[in-house]
Design a protein around this ligand. Structure first.
Ligand code: GDP
Ligand code: IMO
Ligand code: MG
Length: 420
């Protein structure tokens, strides 16, 4: 048995939470492999809406096993709030959740450094979610981090104080007012709270489940265009959001990866700064934001909107070895007369179908136009009832990137999903 991966192919918020929740019916195990509370994954079912930040989107399924892998960074305070909300809703989180001891802690001072660093950048700020993600991964790769398993050792407090001191030293370079002790007590209490959960050697835990014949669904956070290596650097997050990150973030060998499901919206959004070639700063962009309710699930910030970018999509399909596409939110464009998708870029006066190295480069998208379907999609239950104009758009995308669309989502609810 093996693992299948679901990940975002654009700049995040593609609808990963919804799809993982839908697919979790068929997978006994769901695992998050990177990112942290910068993620906001929304789920809608039975008239309820939940937004998950750290906990995998399989948590609502009876009898499910949910893993927070070593590649994830955890803010104990956010984690506890999330658990308490789920428990209030009757979800037996403790039974269903397993946390790798190798996952790293986000300290209160990581969040302060994130804020100070962003403030110092002025106009060139990344637009971070300010959850402390960058500084935590810096400490991880810098070999200074505190891991969840460390909370079980007797010198945890000493190590915490040492790391905090190091952070206070770093903060001297910024002209930034802060209180290093703010939230500290709450944070330490929340660390105690986490100790009451199943803390496991995640790599053995996951591989043993595979050996038992259980199928694992790995749930990506963010999107491939925010990947630390392949995203629009430096306007990226600090983890490997691509398929390879599922292996390093869980301790599962590449040969065990079977299907790679790539999720994309029928248009594009981006929250935070950085290049966005197909961005629409006009009425159409406003319509996409309004009809798609494009406001951040974590920060509430309005998302930037634009047409589908097939050049970027083909690039992320390549990086991830996507075997099946999942197309989201087409229903948002139900009333559009025409729809556009970028099929090449003009860079330095030359046409190209490749994403350029220099993310600051002047990129002019070349568009292909499609006729709108002008019918509501969210009532469609079967592929054969989808409007022909819509299917033309789908077929074009499949041919351009060379991968079939396996699932079409036509609304936020679990039930508004067409499997092909
Ligand atoms: P994630 O971070 O990838 O899980 O995505 P988010 O939850 O941040 O953002 C996706 C938003 O789109 C959420 O508000 C979802 O409820 C909503 N959504 C998901 N799929 C669809 C869809 O097919 N149609 C519409 N209209 N909304 C959707
Ligand atoms: P999900 O999992 C969309 C963006 C931020 C910022 C950049 C770096 O819900 O798709 P960070 O806090 O990671 O240092 O921010 O990445 N970003 C996201 N955008 N969806 C996300 O997660 C994101 N997580 C981070 O807006 O531009
Ligand atoms: Mg999101």
């Amino acid at each position: 048995m093996s693992i299948d991966v679901v990940l975002g192919l654009q700049w995040g918020d593609e609808g990963k939470g919804k799809i993982v929740d839908v697919l979790a019916e068929k997978y006994p195990v769901v695992a998050r492999f990177q990112g942290g509370p910068n993620a906001g994954h929304s789920l809608h079912f039975d008239g309820f809406k939940f937004v998950l930040h750290t906990i995998p989107s399989g948590i609502f399924r009876k009898g499910s096993i949910n893993i927070i892998g070593n590649g994830v960074v955890i803010d104990p305070i956010i984690f506890r709030n999330e658990c308490e909300e789920l428990i209030k809703a009757g979800v037996p989180v403790k039974e269903r959740l397993f946390i790798s001891k190798k996952a790293h802690f986000i300290l209160p001072t990581h969040r302060i450094i994130d804020a100070a660093s962003e403030a110092s950048k002025g106009k060139s700020k990344i637009g971070s979610t300010l959850k402390g993600i960058g500084p935590t991964y810096m400490d991880k790769t810098g070999r200074n981090g505190l891991r969840v398993g460390d909370a079980l050792s007797s010198d945890f407090m000493e190590r915490f104080i040492n790391l905090k001191k190091k952070h206070i030293g770093m903060l001297k370079q910024f002209d930034y007012a802060y209180n290093a002790e703010e939230n500290e007590k709450e944070w330490l209490d929340a660390v105690e709270y986490i100790k009451g959960y199943n803390l496991v050697d995640g790599e053995y835990f996951a591989n043993d489940l595979i050996k038992e014949g259980k199928r694992i669904l790995a749930e990506g956070a963010q999107g491939s265009m925010l990947d630390i290596d392949f995203g629009s650097y430096p306007f990226v997050t600090s983890s490997s959001t691509v398929c390879a990150g599922a292996c390093t973030g869980l301790g599962i060998a590449p040969g065990k990866v079977a299907e790679v499901y790539g999720i994309f919206k029928a248009y594009c959004t981006r929250v935070g700064s950085g290049p966005f070639p197909t961005e629409l700063n006009d009425e159409t962009g406003e319509k996409l934001r309004k009809f798609g309710f494009e406001f951040g699930a974590t920060t509430g910030r309005p998302r930037r909107t634009g047409w589908l970018d097939l050049v970027a999509l083909k690039y992320t399909v390549m990086i991830n070895g996507v075997t099946g596409l999942i197309m989201m939110k087409s229903d948002v464009m139900d009333t559009f007369d025409t729809i556009k998708a970028a099929t090449s870029y003009i860079v330095d006066g030359k046409e190209t179908r490749n994403v350029p190295y220099d993310t600051y480069a002047e990129v002019t998208p070349v568009y292909t136009e499609f006729k709108g379907w002008k019918k509501p999609l969210n009532t469609v239950k079967d592929e054969k009832d989808l409007p022909s104009e819509f299917m033309e758009y789908v077929k074009f995308i499949e041919e351009y990137v060379g991968v079939p669309v396996r699932i079409i989502s036509v609304g936020p609810d679990r039930n508004e999903t067409i499997l092909r």
